[in-house]
Write a protein that binds this ligand. Structure first.
Ligand SMILES: NC(=O)c1ccc[n+]([C@@H]2O[C@H](COP(=O)([O-])OP(=O)(O)OC[C@H]3O[C@@H](n4cnc5c(N)ncnc54)[C@H](O)[C@@H]3O)[C@@H](O)[C@H]2O)c1
Length: 322
């Protein structure tokens, strides 16, 4: 692309837009001047995640497994689609693999089929995951490293990515995948930052950490995750390629726990279980050179991001460490 892409007046569909990453993406798109439609079942997403933009967007409560896409897109035309609606976590995919397959893989395929038959001229960004790599062969992980998923979730994301690439190559659709690593931020009601805060709310004097605290992760602030997806939609070649999305920085779980304790003003006795949770790799870090080649740099500092989560957690749960 030669001209700088502008979001002003663009029609954008965000599936899963009431969820954790989706709701931040919707807010940023609205702020950038886009006209946004959200399609979400509100299964794990919430209407109140979108409260700040509720007057500016259209929210349709529908299931991606059953949407009549051709009809939907003719009544709600979209220049850009961010496809985030999914079963977003590994454990449900292990317990209910067919539910995960239908939601993450088949529904994405059906969307692609509709776009192919409509000869849709827009751009589609698909939310994939670090889970496509399985047990990473090296750190940091690069996009051309082997993809050997070890969960139905990872397999479904990888299959969907591959369909995207094939539909790009064979039918000329403009498509790309973003492989999110560990995003964190306000509105996330799962995963390590939320779990640590919940434990410290219940007991500020002692904290149990899985493993030995040396596990290394890349923590990406949710707004950076959303801005990365916007950068890909605006600047990428969109020929079916995938982008790692992370902060490109390494933190141990110990550093995370200690930063949180400092922000809360608590000093619990920390105990380690000594054993990682099943499927939790020791090191999960990411090379974001490809994303940076589009001109993207993560903007949010780790401590600054944690402070916003702490504030959100206090407000929504009423927790207090005074
Ligand atoms: N959060 C992360 O760190 C992370 C990491 C890797 C990949 N991802 C991917 O990013 C995307 C967003 O994840 P998230 O963390 O915001 O999760 P989330 O659960 O908060 O968001 C998913 C949204 O999709 C909606 N949804 C679920 N099933 C649906 C269906 N059948 N039809 C319509 N809507 C449906 C949910 O209600 C929710 O609003 C997902 O595709 C997820 O797999 C997230």
């Amino acid at each position: 692309m030669t001209e700088e892409f502008s979001w002003t007046g663009k029609s954008v569909l965000v599936t899963g837009g009431a969820g954790f990453i989706g709701s931040h993406l919707v807010e940023l798109l609205v702020a950038a001047g886009a006209r946004v439609t959200v399609l979400d079942t509100l299964a794990s997403g919430r209407r109140d995640n979108l409260v700040s933009v509720s007057d500016s967007i259209t929210l349709t409560q529908q299931d991606i497994r059953r949407v009549a896409w051709t009809q939907h897109l003719s009544t709600h035309p979209a220049d850009v689609i961010f496809h985030l609606a999914a079963n977003a976590y590994v454990p449900p995919s292990v317990a209910f693999p067919s539910f995960d397959f239908e939601t993450n893989c088949v529904a994405t395929f059906r969307l692609l089929e509709a776009l192919r038959t409509m000869q849709w001229p827009g751009r589609l960004v698909f939310a994939s995951s670090a889970a496509v790599y399985g047990n990473a062969v090296r750190a940091p992980i690069r996009e051309d490293d082997p993809t050997v998923p070890i969960s139905p979730y990872g397999a479904g994301k990888l299959a969907a990515e591959r369909y995207l690439a094939i539909y790009g190559a064979l039918y000329g659709l403009e498509v790309a995948s973003v492989r999110f690593f560990s995003a964190y931020g306000p509105r996330q009601r799962k995963q390590v930052v939320f779990d640590l805060l919940s434990k410290l709310r219940d007991n500020r004097r002692s904290l149990v950490i899985h493993g030995d605290g040396t596990q290394v992760r890349d923590f990406l602030y949710v707004k950076d995750a959303a801005l990365s997806a916007m950068t890909v939609a605006a600047r990428a070649p969109m020929s079916g390629e995938a982008y790692n999305v992370g902060a490109g920085r390494e933190y141990t779980i110990d550093i995370l726990a200690k930063s949180l304790c400092e922000q809360l003003g608590v000093s619990p006795e920390i105990r380690y279980t000594g054993v990682n949770r099943p499927g939790d790799p020791e090191k999960l870090v990411v090379d974001i050179t490809r994303l940076k080649s589009l001109g993207y740099q993560p903007r949010f500092d780790f401590e600054e991001g944690l402070a916003t989560v702490v504030e959100w957690f206090r407000e929504t749960t009423g927790a207090s460490w005074e």
